[in-house]
Structures are given as structure tokens and as C-alpha cells.
Ligand binder design. Structure first.
Ligand code: F3S
Length: 425
């Protein structure tokens, strides 16, 4: 395997001319380039780093970050963080353990010392980290990668935590995979023949297709029900942006999809032919199997989790309208970016007045919710429903927002009749 071609400056960085922290970062980026046959490196415009929750990092991960920060590592491009293990402000009210919160604080402090913005969210594109079409970036969170590649037309591989951090420190990543045109062609043509009414329908479509295409690029033909292409500057209030966010999260959770195209909607599909000549055809005419596969809980629900990926301002408003004036029986945690929580005081008030919580900086997968006593979680997110049993030790109920709100109000999962009716087997 050949090493990527390096510029004079990059060779110097690799051999320690800019210090040990940059040398270490370059070693990681160049090693990945060698493994994947990258011809050269590309400059990146922004980075999103995963590996933030102390639940996943543990003491060894914290020590690794502190050591890199002690070496003087500094990021060269705007860099944000994935969700952490706690709401960094309201962790105590929410019942998180003090020792865990302390260690989580040290993780964030290590990142802050490297110059990283401590915005902890999986929707950085809703709070200012918004790459442009064709821009090379190095993002790590799988649903954010899918959104950036597909909806924004930026170019990123599915980075791991250390490789994204390395890219931020040296300002470069290896040019392979989704950075290059051939890697962006669709290998599956997915003909969607069933209606998509709710965000959970979009998520479950992603779940069903992700299981089949695994890490390949799908091209969706939604017939005449396609949504309007979202505008980058109004993503937070755009229904289509939320639908595509849910679709990408489902694809990335059940498969390892990093890019999808939608006929007439996503930017590359609107610009030209993105289908490979030998693309395989798939037909989806029913979502019921996906709903059934993701429903593995009892009827009694003790936690309703909405906001995976992190809720947009539009979703916060929708949830606020649905619970306003209610008295919730089950815990309702709506997860979102801190900036979104701060921008939406009226929605936050309505949700919290009903007994729910608008939780920032974290989510139910990376937070240690198993230690908070929750047993059955209800969600409208296919990604959350996929991961919660294995990552958080809870049973799951999966359905649309209306069902989730009803579960929060009554503490019981509503009869599954709604989905059965809409998606007859
Ligand atoms: Fe985000 Fe957590 Fe879901 S990181 S995509 S809210 S599993």
C-alpha cells in the first residue's frame, strides 16, 4: 500500500516540524490514507468529533484526550462535539451521578483546551457548523455525516472519534471514499411505493433500506410525494429537512450508509445522473416490517425520548403544541442542541410546564440512562429504537410522535392499531 502523496509542508508535519501533537495527528491521517489507497490529502473546512460521552470513553479515553491536549494540540478549523453523557448545565436536576458529571466535565475541558467549540450536538448543521456544497469536511456522527453528504452536498467519510480529531488538528483528511466522485455514485435504486406520513415513517424507511444496502449509496425515487429541497439557511424550520434528517439517521443506524440521494430533492441528484450503471433495484411498498422489528417493549412506558437526531426548532414547537396544558405521567425528554434550547424559550416552557424536560448536550444513547432506573423507552426515532436496547439496556416502543405524546400523557403505549391500520400486512 502506497502512502498518499504529501506536500512539502505535510511531510514536515509528519516528521514533527510542527510539534508532537501535529505529528501524531498526521500519522493517523496518513495511515488511514495508506489503508484506503488515498492518492493525496485534502484540506477540510470543518470537523465534528464523536467520542465525547464519558460512558463510551471511560478513563482510558479521557487520559488519551488529556495527553493530546497536554502536548499542545490545537484545532485548525471550526470543530464541534457530538453529544456528551450529560446535560452540562442541568445534570443534577435530571438525576445524573456527580462523579460521572465530573469526569464528563474533564473530557469537555480537554477538548476545549484544543480549541474545540464545546457545542455538544449531533445536528451541528442546525447551530452554525454548516458546510457548503462540495466542501471537504471530516465529521464523525453517523446521522450528521449522512445529512452533510446527502442534503448539503458536502464531502465526508464516516470518521471515527480519533480520526476526526486528527483531521481537526492537522486541518486535513485523506482523499478517499466519499471525498471522490466515484464513491458518491448510487449502487441501489430504491423505488418507494408507500406513503410517508410522519417522521417515524421516514426513519423506518431508512431502517428498512439500510439493512439491505449496508454501506452502499441508495438513490430514492419517492414518486410524486417527494419533499421540497430544503434551503440551507432555514433548515431549522423546514419539514423536509427534518424528514431527510430522520431518513439519514435510520439508514446510518441499521446499515452504515453515509450518503443517499433523493430524486429531485438532494443537490447531487438534482444536478445530474448519480446512479451507477449496474445499480440494483429495490422496491419498498410497506413499512410494517420495520415498525414491527423496532417494537420490543411492554405497554408500560416510563421514558419517552424525542429528538434523535437532536430536535430542530420546528420539532420543538411541534412537541410543545402537542403537550401544552397536559400533565405527563411518564418522563418526556426532548433532546436538542443547547443553542436550540436557548432560542426557543416558549417551547421549552410549554414542554417543561407539562412535566417534560428539554435536555441539551446529550441523548438517551450516550447518557447513562440505565443508571436512572428507566426500563421501557418510547421514541419516534428509528435510530434511537435500533440502539437503545443494546446501548442503554431498555426495552423500546417505536411509533409516531402522536403515539409518543400519548404514551407520555398516559404512561402506556397506545394500541398499535394506528400503524397496523396505515400499513396493513
Ligand atoms: Fe444524536 Fe444520540 Fe440520536 S447522538 S442521532 S440523539 S443516538
Amino acid at each position: 500500500m502506497d502512502q498518499p502523496r504529501l506536500t512539502r509542508e505535510e511531510k514536515g508535519m509528519l516528521h514533527g516540524a510542527q510539534g508532537p501533537a501535529v505529528k501524531r495527528a498526521m500519522e493517523i491521517v496518513v495511515a488511514l490514507g495508506k489503508i484506503y489507497g488515498a492518492p493525496h490529502l485534502v484540506l477540510v473546512g470543518s470537523v465534528q468529533v464523536s467520542g465525547v460521552s464519558f460512558k463510551n470513553l471511560g478513563e482510558a479515553g479521557l487520559a488519551f484526550l488529556q495527553e493530546w491536549a497536554d502536548q499542545g494540540a490545537q484545532v485548525r478549523v471550526p470543530t464541534t462535539l457530538n453529544p456528551a453523557g450529560i446535560d452540562t448545565v442541568r445534570w443534577s436536576i435530571l438525576g445524573f451521578d456527580e462523579r460521572f458529571a465530573r469526569q464528563q466535565g474533564r473530557v469537555i475541558e480537554a477538548y476545549a483546551r484544543m480549541g474545540i467549540q464545546t457545542t455538544c450536538t449531533c445536528t451541528p448543521y442546525l447551530v452554525g457548523n454548516l458546510p457548503s456544497f462540495g466542501e471537504h469536511i471530516a465529521w464523525a456522527e453517523s446521522s450528521a455525516v449522512c445529512f452533510a453528504n446527502s442534503v448539503l452536498g458536502a464531502r465526508t467519510n464516516r470518521e471515527g472519534g480519533p480520526s476526526a480529531l486528527a483531521a481537526a488538528i492537522c486541518g486535513r483528511t485523506a482523499a478517499y471514499g466519499f471525498h471522490l466522485d466515484p464513491g458518491r455514485r448510487a449502487r441501489f435504486h430504491v423505488d418507494v411505493r408507500c406513503p410517508l406520513h410522519t417522521l417515524s415513517d421516514w426513519g423506518v424507511l431508512g431502517y428498512i433500506v439500510g439493512r439491505q444496502v449496508r454501506n452502499a449509496v441508495p438513490y430514492f425515487d419517492l414518486g410524486d410525494q417527494r419533499c421540497a429541497p430544503p434551503e440551507p439557511d432555514t433548515l431549522g424550520s423546514d419539514l423536509c429537512a427534518d424528514q431527510l434528517k430522520a431518513l439519514g439517521a435510520g439508514l446510518a443506524a441499521s446499515g452504515a450508509v453515509a450518503l443517499y440521494h433523493v430524486r429531485g430533492v438532494t443537490p447531487e441528484a438534482r444536478q445530474g445522473d448519480v446512479l451507477a450503471d449496474d445499480a440494483q433495484r429495490l422496491v419498498v411498498d410497506d413499512l410494517a416490517d420495520g415498525y414491527q422489528a423496532l417494537n420490543r417493549g411492554t405497554c408500560r412506558v416510563d421514558l419517552v425520548s424525542v429528538g434523535c437526531p437532536h430536535a430542530s426548532p420546528r420539532e420543538l414547537e411541534q412537541i410543545a403544541r402537542a403537550v401544552s396544558g397536559q400533565h405527563l405521567q411518564a418522563a418526556l425528554w426532548v433532546t436538542t442542541a443547547r443553542e436550540t434550547r436557548e432560542r426557543m424559550p416558549h417551547a421549552v416552557f410549554a414542554i417543561e410546564d407539562a412535566g417534560g424536560q428539554v435536555v441539551a448536550d446529550t441523548c438517551m444513547i450516550v447518557a447513562p440512562i440505565e443508571e436512572l432506573g428507566f426500563r421501557v423507552l418510547a421514541t419516534n426515532s428509528a435510530k434511537m429504537a435500533t440502539y437503545a436496547p443494546s446501548h442503554s439496556g431498555v426495552q423500546v416502543r417505536f411509533g409516531n410522535l402522536e403515539q409518543c405524546v400519548e404514551a407520555a400523557i398516559t404512561g402506556l403505549w397506545p394500541a398499535v392499531a394506528a400503524n397496523a391500520e396505515r400499513h396493513p400486512r
